[in-house]
Design a protein around this ligand. Sequence first.
Ligand SMILES: [Zn+2]
Length: 320
Amino acid sequence: MHAIGVDIGGTKIAVGVVDEDGAIIAKTKRKTQPQDPASIDAAIADAVAELAAEHEFHSVGLAAAGFVSSDQEHVLFAPNIAWRDYPLADNVRRLLGRDDVAVVVENDANAAGWAEFAFGAARDVAHMALLTIGTGLGAALVVDGKLVRGAYGFAAELGHLRVVPGGHPCGCGLRGCWEQYASGSALTREARRAALERPVRAARLLELAGGNAIDIHGPQVTEAAMEGDELGIELLAELGRWIGEGSASLAAALDPELFVIGGGVVAAGDLLLHPARAAFEDNLPARGHRPIVPIVPAQMGNDAGIVGAADLARLAAANR
Ligand SMILES: [Zn+2]
């Protein structure tokens, strides 16, 4: 049976009909206002109704960038959308007006991680961690074939593990969180800093950004590095090291079979992943006496949220 997955972003939602093999067979989207949660509810219901005209389904999964309650009904808090203890599942259920359709909410990183586990880079393992290197560091954990949600729904917020006491301030209110070092924002911050402090060395980066340090973004660092630019290569290697060192500490807690790295910066390939693997090996507890866990790129791309949310909703409906 097909299921619907909804990926709710800050300014738009993407909705897909997903089959049991994780393939998207139909897709639509809507623009939304992040400050108006009711408009998001309405846009979801409208998009799902559009797909319902031609497709049969009995479950809808909503992937939300926020803290989701353990019963998968509410978004308790979201940094970029005005959700505060918000009954998202119930609102969408009411607007759909179909009592044969189950609606569940899932954290967006969890949905993406589940897609990689069920259909993507981690489909052959039972224990995995997904790290999505975007604006922040999103994560999902699968242990013994099960998604880890924690007692209250807050598990796998790995971006807020503290890696540098007294380090860079973080949006969560603390300092020195992992995502302040292992994220696209960190890459951009360091690239801009390098361009301001050593403009000659950053000549190629500045050129790609049109001359201003403030206009340097991750893709330009990747582009420069792929051309062989020394600074670009160094900036990606530094990001990779932070990813690898943190993953080594995670291995102490989780002992996974595989780390999957997602997010736009994975386009840099081994320029990022080789330093990550080296730092992982160097910092692995009991190194030399345990397997070196592979660190591989994600495979599901931008559709991971839709596919994972749909599959988790289908499983939740089957278990009810
Ligand atoms: Zn934090």
